[in-house]
Design a protein around this ligand. Sequence first.
Ligand code: E4P
Length: 217
Amino acid sequence: MKFFVDTAEIDAIKELNDTGMVDGVTTNPSLIKKSGRDILEVTREICSIVDGPVSAEVVALNADDMIAEGRELAKIAENIAVKLPLTWDGLKACKVLSSEGKMVNVTLCFSANQALLAAKAGATFISPFIGRLDDINLDGMELIEDIRTIYDNFGFKTEILAASIRSVNHVLDSARIGADVITAPPEVIKKLASHPLTDAGLATFMKDAEAAGIKIV
Ligand code: E4P
């Protein structure tokens, strides 16, 4: 399973990338706003750090303008995935940009039927938003399961990118179901390393190491 990091914060991306945890990056207008930086400048910097796909989202609403913005974003680097919203215009733009050989991440997916359309329009990635469905008492994981079944039934190559991941359990469940990729905030990815028994065991080992006077270097 691939890990994308869902942020535009350079330090966080570098730290995770140096640990081998970053297969790609996703951003959106809210994350760009949070970074306080210019979209083209910060995206260029991210692409210089990370080899895998870096999603950069258009802000136009009609297909022609999305296509123009997508082409502009794709000029930043070869690993740009143009992020388009799952609207009818977004699907039109997806078809055009993917036919030009650009990677496309279709975002804001909340139903399996939407995911089916994105695959037919040639999307490289489909981004179902798990956390936002859970927020309104719907089952985000059920959506991932449905998309997995549909894509496997028909051999669609579009990768399922489980997005809006809020917890380590979202990561585990996505892995169990067979999502191809998860995108999660840096804190969630780092939290995957935590276990109370690891902390307790380490505390005992440290105490005993001190009592035994163990020194290695
Ligand atoms: C994915 O590409 C989105 O940027 C992101 O996962 C949205 O997450 P949120 O619902 O926590 O804002």
